[in-house]
Design a protein around this ligand. Structure first.
Ligand SMILES: *Cc1c(COP(=O)(O)O)cnc(C)c1O
Length: 440
């Protein structure tokens, strides 16, 4: 898709790039991912890129060090802004997202923080979905306290985004499937609007993952992933990333530092500024050990998503038919408001679902009866995790905001894992049956 060569900071990806463009045409998602590390010819024929723990890099000739600093040659100077292990992961994420270049971070939140911080200037206006991951909502709220103008709109309709546009709007930030109530943003129409108005379109793809959906297909400028979730997939490493899809024209964007304009190819200005100001200056660097865990986890992303989404669909149908359940939130159900959109955009309907029990059922008693399902706050793990929403992840918002966001007090969120389907359904069945028994 992109034939240009990466500049210094992504220079390490250079030799991989021609491979990626060939492989993505000829080979599938998983094949490409599995063989990406070997392309770098690691020592002794190792099948994995090694974990480089060095913080700094030595040069025989000082001119070589200077050249790295001045973006004249590729190389690594100090690991806060990248090392070969994180670079190997970044090129895999770029490949998965069919993008131009990526920067990795210590967490998904660090990636979001860095993206807004690096690109948005004083006096600018941002439009964000009102159905955002709780901590994303919270960090944006904090940004408003230091002077950023942010409008939160219901992004399930592009009309709300259009109505919120101001002359100084520079960025639109949405998620694919919202957590926990699974609203789906009007992704394609918002992409058209951003293109028309020259806005930076940031799509957080965490809930879908690049195996289910590539935001570049709806004209996203930047794609954010929490690598902690589906991409890493095993609940054993935190990480985040930003990918530039190559679609946004950074040359005309006034927020780019002039020092970069003289050194960096125009198409890499945005991602380089995120690496410099967001990662190098912000310091939310991904540890090489975590990058390695995430890289290995990502190898089975497709397999895990197929299984997890299949389990989620079966569980959603089962719960929808249960007399103690008042509502199920899952895009795969025909009565979901964006079911058709989900079918049109996504390979599967996702691995996350929520449901509410009838008012007189004790939510905590039900959760405590689950034996296979773990009561835990993460999502995108191989194991199925359940959490009562109002009392935990959305507790800080208060009852009023929860009501505005369509979150009932008795809502339970399930991140559906890859367990054997019968075991999962049986666990829900026994817990619901025994709760019902208690009521009688
Ligand atoms: C979890 C999550 C994040 C934050 O990622 P961390 O790696 O936990 O910091 C951001 N966006 C979405 C949609 C998430 O689910």
């Amino acid at each position: 898709m992109h034939s240009l060569c990466f500049s210094l900071l992504d220079g390490y990806n250079c030799e991989l790039l021609s491979f990626v463009s060939i492989m993505t045409k000829q080979k599938g998602f998983t094949t490409t991912l599995l063989h990406a590390d070997r392309l770098r010819k690691p020592e002794f024929g190792a099948l994995h890129q090694p974990i480089h723990t060095a913080v700094t890099w030595g040069f025989d000739d000082v001119q070589d060090l200077v050249n790295v600093f001045q973006n004249k040659t590729k190389g690594f100077a100090y690991s806060r802004q990248g090392n070969p292990t994180t670079a190997a992961l970044e090129s895999k994420i770029t490949m998965m997202e069919n993008g131009l270049a990526s920067v990795s971070f210590s967490t998904g939140m660090a990636a979001i923080m860095a993206t807004v911080f690096a690109l948005v200037k004083e006096g600018s206006h941002i439009i964000a979905s009102s159905y955002l991951f709780g901590n994303t909502r919270s960090i944006l709220q904090t940004f408003t306290e230091i002077g950023l103008d942010i409008s939160f709109v219901d992004a399930t309709s592009v009309d709300n985004v259009r109505d919120a546009c101001k002359p100084n709007t520079c960025m639109v930030l949405v998620e694919t499937i919202a957590n926990p109530a699974t609203q789906i943003a009007d992704l394609g129409a918002i992409g058209d609007l951003c293109e028309e108005k020259g806005l930076i379109y940031v799509v957080d793809n965490t809930m879908t993952s690049p195996y289910i959906f590539q935001p570049v297909t709806v004209k996203a400028s930047l794609v954010i992933n929490s690598l902690t979730k589906y991409i890493g997939g095993h609940g054993n490493a935190l990480g985040g990333s930003v990918t530039d899809t190559g679609l946004y024209n950074w040359e005309n964007y006034p927020g780019i530092a002039s020092v970069l304009r003289t050194q960096i190819k125009p198409e890499l200005l945005g991602i380089t500024q995120i690496r410099k100001r967001g990662l190098r200056d912000g310091g939310g660097t991904l540890a090489p050990e975590a990058a390695h865990s995430i890289s290995v986890g990502a190898e089975t992303l497709a397999l895990r998503m197929e299984r997890s989404c299949g389990n989620a669909g079966a569980l959603a149908e089962y719960l929808q038919g249960h007399p103690l359940v008042s509502k199920v939130y899952y895009p795969g159900l025909k009565d979901h408001p964006q079911h058709e959109l989900s079918k049109a955009l996504f390979r599967y309907h996702g691995g996350l679902m929520s449901f509410a029990l009838k008012d007189d059922v004790d939510v905590f008693a039900f959760l405590n009866r689950l034996q296979v399902v773990i009561k835990s706050s993460n999502l995108g793990d191989t194991r199925t995790l359940a959490i009562p929403v109002a009392q935990t992840i959305f507790f800080e918002l208060g009852a009023e905001r929860r009501a505005e966001m369509g979150i009932p007090e008795g809502m339970i969120r399930i991140s559906v894992g890859i367990e054997d389907r019968e075991d999962l359904l049986e666990d829900f069945k026994q817990a619901l049956d025994s709760v019902e028994y208690c009521l009688l």
